[in-house]
Ligand binder design. Structure first.
Ligand code: HEM
Ligand code: HEM
Length: 186
């Protein structure tokens, strides 16, 4: 009798993906909070403002690197099976939300980089406050005026969607499903 060959998929997320998911979530929220503080600070507190901008840019670039690594690992190992007791439309909706989250996780830091590079004031981007990240485009007032609201809007959309996503995960947990455990505890 022929035996069916199925890929081995653990029912939980691999530790590497759990670690990357947790750190990405934490850094997005910290970077988001810093953004509002740094922009709102008066120029009389220039040094603190400068440091917060650099911290914000460093966090954003780390998020970009973590998300690229995450997508690479996901391509190699794929994701574990989705919960089978959920209706098909909910599984489809969850996959679509995840796809949009990934798109925003890539778009927000790239738009942030372009915001920093085109800023008319021409402040360098120092990774960890030390390493100068080259700006591939120069200061440009018109581009800056266009890209800045896109970066801001995409960041708000990311945090908004991630909050809904987290709420749904907690909702499923409350109903006794393993979705949350598989991602946070393994
Ligand atoms: C997950 C990553 C990121 C999030 C959630 C995020 C979020 C935000 C938000 C919400 C603002 C709006 C503040 C406002 O205009 O009132 C902002 C501004 C800004 N972001 Fe990001 N950002 C991220 C990544 C980056 C990266 C990678 C860079 C650059 C390398 C960057 C550079 C900037 C700059 C320069 C501004 C200020 C623009 C201005 O002067 O008004 N961001 N960010
Ligand atoms: C900024 C915050 C967050 C972002 C950007 C984010 C993003 C994502 C993405 C893109 C996935 C899909 C993984 C994949 O298919 O490769 C995912 C999965 C997941 N996330 Fe989040 N997440 C965030 C916060 C949270 C929080 C706070 C919770 C829990 C309270 C949570 C719970 C989960 C769970 C349980 C999964 C696995 C879902 C499944 O197995 O189908 N996430 N997250």
């Amino acid at each position: 009798m022929p035996t069916e060959r199925r890929p081995i998929r653990p029912p939980f997320w691999p530790a590497s993906q759990r670690w990357l998911h947790g750190w990405t979530a934490a850094l997005v929220l910290i970077g988001f909070a810093i953004a509002w503080i740094m922009v709102g600070l008066p120029f009389t507190q220039l040094l603190l403002k400068f440091r917060l901008y650099q911290a914000h840019k460093t966090i954003g670039l780390i998020v970009l690197a973590l998300v690229c690594l995450r997508l690479f690992l996901r391509m190699v190992w794929r994701r574990p099976e989705q919960d089978e007791d959920l209706p098909r439309w909910q599984l489809g909706a969850a996959s679509s939300v995840h796809a949009v989250l990934y798109a925003l996780l890539l778009a927000v830091p790239v738009l942030g980089y372009l915001t920093a590079a085109t800023a008319p004031i021409g402040v360098p981007t120092l990774f960890l406050g030390l390493l100068k990240v080259p700006h591939l485009v120069g200061p440009d007032r018109e581009w800056f005026a266009m890209i800045r609201p896109l970066h801001r809007g995409a960041a708000i959309a990311l945090v908004f969607l991630a909050s809904g996503h987290a709420t749904m995960a907690i909702h499923h947990h409350g109903r006794g499903r393993a979705t949350l455990r598989r991602m946070w505890w393994g």
